[in-house]
Design a protein around this ligand. Structure first.
Ligand SMILES: [Cu+2]
Length: 275
């Protein structure tokens, strides 16, 4: 190895230590700042409470997948333990136990079982993905979401009226971020756009996130998704889920779900120019 190469290596190793420390510090800070991390609840498979019908679909898929995976795990572990206890070579005998090789029925069985298992997983995943991705084109409320470095602008269109846009600035607490008010039990269509880099619109309580990609044309399917809100009034955290620059971690917002009467009042105070 040349002396130059050796010294580069040594200097990298020297720099490696503070880098690791900085990373650990960063991770600690990021974890400490995240006040919107939902409480772990085993009864929901550790998922946050879902506030949309699409979120319920995801919860079922998630829990179903875990149950199937755990059942598979139990069968495999039982078979391993059974083989270890009952099919080991007896110490007294020196010869090998009977060796099974080229057993066609067993090999067909080994091939078919995983194939069936993967097909079942695939079926449910494809079915639920379709459901979650579906856009009816007949929403009660439309929300234009503009993601920018480093906040959000929400423009709501409801009953033919365009409400005053809500524009945010980077904040450390999602309660202080821009607020998107939505009614309960209604269909809401989102149209996502970005003037700068890729962001990702994520409300953990939707159990869904969608990348906001700049340059997608007006009617591109990738810009739109739809939810049906459940009757769960409250204020829910939202954030950008795609590292998009220096203030990415402060690109926070919140969604406020309100009963219809309260939503009507909100509309009355927020109506901008009629379109
Ligand atoms: Cu972002």
């Amino acid at each position: 190895m040349s002396p130059t190469r050796r010294s580069t290596r040594r200097s990298l190793a020297r720099r490696g230590v503070p880098r690791a420390a900085a990373l650990a510090l960063l991770l600690a800070t990021v974890t400490a700042c995240a006040n919107d991390v939902p409480k772990a609840d085993w009864s929901r498979g550790l998922l946050p409470t879902s506030i949309t019908t699409q979120g319920d679909t995801i919860t079922n898929l998630w829990n179903g997948a875990w149950i199937a995976a755990l059942a598979t795990g139990v069968v495999v572990i039982v078979l391993i333990v059974w083989a270890c206890i009952f099919h080991t070579r007896r110490r007294a005998k020196a010869e090998l136990p009977p060796q099974v090789r080229y057993n066609l029925p067993i090999e067909i069985f080994y091939t078919l079982v995983p194939l069936v298992m993967v097909s079942v997983f695939f079926f449910f995943t494809a079915r639920d993905t379709r459901e979650v991705d579906a856009v009816s084109g007949k929403p009660d409320v439309q929300v234009k979401v503009e993601a920018f470095q480093w906040s959000w602008r929400f423009t709501t269109v409801v009953g033919g009226k365009t409400l005053k846009p809500v524009t945010g600035t980077p904040v450390s607490d999602y309660h202080q971020g821009p607020q998107l008010v939505l009614p309960v039990n209604k269909r809401v269509e989102f149209d996502l756009s970005s003037p700068d880099v890729i962001h990702s619109f994520w409300v953990p309580a939707f159990l869904f996130k969608r990348d906001v990609i700049p340059g997608l044309l007006e009617n591109d399917k990738g810009r739109k998704f739809e939810i049906t809100t459940l009757n769960k009034p409250g204020v829910y955290a939202g954030r950008c889920a795609e590292l998009c620059g220096v203030d990415h971690s402060r690109m926070l917002f919140n969604v406020k779900l309100v009963p219809q009467a309260e939503y009507d009042q909100y509309i009355a105070t927020q109506t901008g120019s009629a379109q």
